[in-house]
Design a protein around this ligand. Structure first.
Ligand code: NAD
Length: 329
């Protein structure tokens, strides 16, 4: 099958080439836009990543060109208009899980860095400054960690936090009995926000969760709360989070995802002027840590993404049931 691969980074190309099961891959650094649809001329499928917006107009154009399959090389599918795709009889497949531990471990890396300030110590010591001033953190042991969304990543995160000796509260529309047996206590979202020292978001972005963190929910948090988001940027109303950082309601913010990340993340913008004033404001806080959507970025996850992507393509090619299909609801 001939497949146009959008938003290709060198690591995407390396892993996809290594695990290719015999397809013709056209690699493009360009993201998918209405203007870049034509790069998929003659292709049966396109392969896209988290920030490629596969909107109705783009789907219509791709359909008119003969594209029949959207291959997401990621888990989240909030960037695809599944209803429009269904109407055009275009199938969508995704990689539902790729090393969920990778993202959970990255969330913990954000917590430990923000708390113990290892990033500041690293720079300080290299300058010959061995002072401890302003490096004090807090023990995670006996603190309460609140986990919003206990699917594959949230579940892995809960287990790590239990290992630190945290009390783990969770909120999800579905409860996981195995986690309960492991010691996780499910509660309401409001109670979780009221009681937690650290809150980590692991639910998908959808109509129910968009801006789940806003002025009202921030107001329920304890002063100095640590908020971690490795899920999707729009779970947090960023302007409201900035206001909460100014008052100290939020004591720490660690984000691997950002509401307007499409224009920034996965690109080297060194030497250019970043025109996004909101992320510039976020970066000015010393208690904010931003990473560029790298939670998934481990060798294990990249392998799993490539292997599952080709299994999805092969399944479609053979007319087999699509086990990783995204179906419009
Ligand atoms: P998952 O589907 O296994 O789990 C999501 C959980 O959220 C489920 O248990 C679901 O019931 C719950 N949920 C759904 N709606 C909810 C709501 N309204 N309130 C509370 N909980 C709700 O997904 P996953 O594999 O654990 O991934 C979670 C998210 O992580 C993905 O949606 C994606 O956005 C993000 N992600 C980020 C990276 C990264 O590199 N930073 C990588 C992969 C995934």
């Amino acid at each position: 099958m001939k497949i146009a691969v959008y938003s290709t980074q060198p690591y995407d190309k390396a892993y996809l080439q290594q695990h290719n099961t015999g397809h013709e891959l056209l690699f493009y650094e360009a993201p998918l836009t209405i203007g870049t649809c034509s790069l998929a001329a003659g292709c049966t499928a396109i392969c896209v990543f988290v920030n490629d917006g596969v909107h109705a107009a783009i789907l219509a154009k791709l359909s008119s060109m003969g594209v029949k399959l959207i291959v997401l090389r990621c888990a989240g599918f909030n960037n695809v208009d599944a209803v429009a795709a269904k109407q055009l009889n275009i199938k969508i497949v995704r990689v539902p899980a790729y090393a969920p531990q990778a993202v959970a471990e990255h969330a913990v890396a954000l917590i430990l860095t923000l708390n113990r300030k290892t990033h500041k110590a690293y720079n300080r010591v290299r300058e010959g400054n061995f002072s401890l001033t302003n490096l004090a953190g807090f023990n995670l042991h006996n603190k309460t960690a609140g986990v919003v969304g206990t699917g594959k990543i949230g579940s892995a995160f809960c287990k790590i936090m239990l290992g630190f000796g945290c009390k783990v509260l969770a909120y999800d529309v579905l409860e996981d009995d195995a986690l309960k047996q492991a010691g996780v206590q499910y509660t309401t979202l409001n109670n979780l926000l009221l009681q937690s020292t650290i809150i980590s978001l692991h639910c998908p972005l959808n109509a129910a969760t968009a801006h789940i963190i806003n002025n009202d929910t921030l107001a329920l948090m304890q002063p100095g709360t640590m908020l971690i988001n490795t899920s999707r940027g729009a779970l947090i109303n960023t302007a409201h989070a900035i206001a909460a950082l100014k008052t100290g309601r939020l004591g720490y913010l660690g984000i691997d995802v950002y509401e307007q990340e499409e224009a920034l993340f996965f690109n080297d913008l060194t030497g250019t002027v970043v025109s996004d004033d909101i992320i510039e404001r976020l970066m000015s806080f010393t208690n904010v840590l931003i990473t560029p959507h790298q939670g998934f970025f481990t060798a294990e996850a990249l392998t799993e993404i490539a292997v599952t992507t080709f299994a999805n393509i092969d399944g479609f090619d053979k007319g087999a049931p699509l086990i990783n299909e995204v179906v419009a609801v």
